[in-house]
Design a protein around this ligand. Structure first.
Ligand code: FES
Length: 188
């Protein structure tokens, strides 16, 4: 099971084989600096609110050891949603089959992932049009016409590398700074 430094909510679905399985994990991760906890106290204890510097330096750590192929984690990084997905071979093939020059925001999957970890896609869950949270990180959600993420606000479709393919969003879903150490993903 993927865990982190915050509360975790695990959702289960029933697959075609009738076996219930965990397909995604929604995680309200708190930052290493405890920013999330402090932020909830802002209305009452304003003097304890984190400074912009602290917020900017906060990180999110996720245990990805149990993240299986095809599964996603929804987490929070610096108060914004972040999607972590272990791509299937079909999703990788689909991403690599695209003519990059035809893209609105030309990037290869390799350019959007870490060397040796092309299967692990980490993107901000914030539509680059007007900031809605796209669908597609959870089983059963609409992944759009290109099998990645779909923003229903105004109809932006992202592909399996979370690149904008259709709709008004001007750029791909942003890839945050991150690193991978053994089974730990550190965002920020
Ligand atoms: S905010 Fe996503 S399409 Fe407009």
């Amino acid at each position: 099971m993927a865990t982190t430094t915050g509360n975790a909510e695990v959702a289960e679905v029933t697959g075609e084989d009738g076996v219930r399985r965990r397909d995604f994990i929604e995680i309200a991760a708190v930052s290493a600096a405890g920013v999330g906890a402090l932020a909830t106290l802002v209305p009452l204890v304003t003097q304890m609110s984190p400074s912009a510097d602290v917020l900017a330096e906060s990180t999110t750590e996720l245990d990805i050891s149990a993240l299986e192929v095809g599964q996603s984690i929804k987490a929070v990084f610096r108060k914004q949603p972040v999607f972590v997905r272990r791509l299937t071979s079909n999703e990788i093939e689909a991403a690599n089959a695209v003519d990059v020059d035809s893209l609105r925001d030309p990037q290869t999957l390799a350019e959007r992932t870490l060397p040796g970890h092309e299967e692990l896609l980490v993107v901000m869950g914030v539509c680059t049009h007007l900031g809605c949270v796209p669908l597609g990180a959870a089983e059963g959600e609409n992944k759009g016409e290109f099998g990645g993420y779909f923003c229903p606000c105004h109809g932006s479709h992202y592909d399996t590398a979370a690149r904008i393919r259709k709709g008004p969003a001007p750029t791909n879903l942003a890839v945050p700074e991150y690193s991978i150490s053994d089974t730990t993903l550190v965002i920020g």
